[in-house]
Design a protein around this ligand. Structure first.
Ligand SMILES: *Cc1c(COP(=O)(O)O)cnc(C)c1O
Length: 416
């Protein structure tokens, strides 16, 4: 029996920690693949001492990788000084993190930030802003993912996620992906907002066709509706621009009314943000109309500030664009990859033979964490501190990994 076959049969039987996991945690996530104990830079280690190159970074979260000194210092100092207050009080990190987000977004005068704890919550706040237009129709895009709370879920297109929880929040329509005419036709005088991701993450790292953001801006402006961009996954340098709406190809120079952030913003500390662009959007939410105990929590905002400043000081956003381009070039030369999607360090790899799950499993065995985002596509969202050697090392290893996956699938089929 080969090593990999041993590993596979070991995987089939539940390990002791998996049994403990299932005894204690709600079964919503299925079975985790490894018990991780430590991270450093672009790598994590499991409880058996195996090292993995983390090309997913906790789903586009760990922008500075693991245990980055800037975050460790910021969080350690903050928790030792002032960990949590309430919104009866203010803190410097809260004010500075909000100001930094607004400056990086080049948001106009009168723009403001609401901090929350997750992407779903950032979208909930955005949804409440849209309701304050006095309208309730929201136009979303098929393939969208906006989170799992009831409002964010209503915006999410996958019926399997929504169906068990009906009735959901009413008023949401989903237009076919990539269809500019359908988008324009759906936006009318009842429309509060058009709400979508500048690059769809969960449906496979999909970019809208050229002209789509421009069309969305035109259609919303024409009827006085808001344009809300969910940048939970694409924001904070991920696409090689600070925010995807600023990316020269993706953003098309469009100014949104609201953007939402989370994932990369805290570099591992839970935080979300809803940014209202301009005084007119800001004033839609009045005092008392929204809130959260943890909103602007000093610890989370200190981490966000450390992330934003470190990305800026180390030029990691431009570097994400360059590294993404070289990874794309290298991947485009492989027979195993039929298409590379995305931008910067958010990449989708369409596999010539499909089988994304089997390839991700073989990659894990080979020491790489990648995500089978669809049946046929892998998602890479490495830390923005990943080195070119690390990233291109994976590209060089990929043909062998794909071959391993095919061999394992064949032997599993032979055995059954
Ligand atoms: C992950 C994600 C969310 C949800 O964020 P959570 O922190 O999981 O609530 C929302 N929108 C997009 C685009 C995402 O990728």
């Amino acid at each position: 029996m080969s090593c990999t076959a041993t590993a596979r049969s070991a995987e089939a039987a539940e390990t002791a920690w998996q049994a403990e996991y299932h005894d204690a945690l709600m079964p919503v996530f299925g079975t985790p693949q490894r018990l991780l104990v430590r991270g450093q830079g672009s790598h994590v280690w499991d409880a058996d001492g195996n090292r993995y190159l983390d090309l997913l970074s906790g789903i586009a979260v760990n922008a500075l990788g693991h245990a980055h000194p800037a975050i460790v210092e910021a969080v350690t100092e903050q928790i030792s000084t002032l960990g949590h207050i309430s919104n009866f009080f203010a803190s410097r990190p809260q004010i500075e993190a909000a100001s930094e987000v607004l400056a990086l977004a080049k948001a106009p005068e009168g723009s403001t930030v609401f901090f929350s704890n997750s992407g779903a919550e950032a979208n909930e706040a955005a949804l409440k802003i849209t309701r304050r237009t006095g309208r309730s129709k929201i136009v979303c895009v098929e393939g969208s993912f906006h989170g799992r709370t009831m409002g964010a879920l209503a915006l999410t297109s996958k019926a399997a996620y929504r169906a068990p929880f009906e009735p959901g929040v009413p008023g949401v329509v989903h237009v076919p992906f990539g269809d500019e005419a359908a988008l324009r036709a759906a936006v009318d005088s009842d429309t509060a907002a058009v709400f979508f991701e500048p690059v769809q993450g969960e449906s496979g790292v999909r970019r809208h066709p050229q002209g789509y953001l421009t069309a969305a801006r035109e259609a919303t402006s024409a009827v006085g509706a808001l344009l809300v961009l969910d940048e939970v996954q694409t924001g904070v340098g991920r696409t090689g621009a600070w925010f995807a709406f600023q990316h020269p190809e993706i953003g098309e120079g469009v100014s949104p009314d609201v953007i939402t952030l989370a994932k990369g913003l805290g570099g591992g500390m839970p935080i979300g943000a809803t940014v209202a662009f301009g005084a007119d959007v800001t004033k839609l939410l009045q005092a008392g109309q929204h809130g959260s105990t943890f909103s602007g929590n000093p610890l989370a905002t200190a981490a966000a500030l450390a992330v934003l400043r470190t990305l800026g000081q180390e030029g990691l956003v431009d570097r994400a664009a360059q590294l993404g381009a070289s990874a794309r070039d290298a991947l485009t030369g492989l027979d195993e990859v039929s298409e590379v999607t995305g931008a910067g360090l958010l990449l989708g790899l369409e596999l010539s033979d499909g089988q994304a799950k089997a390839v991700a499993a073989a990659a894990l065995e080979a020491g790489y964490i990648v995500n089978p985002v669809t049946e046929t596509r892998l998602r890479l969202a490495p830390p923005l501190i990943v080195t070119e050697d690390e990233l291109l090392g994976f590209v060089r290893a990929l043909p062998g990994i794909v071959a391993d996956a095919a061999a394992q699938t064949a032997s599993a089929e032979g055995a059954s």
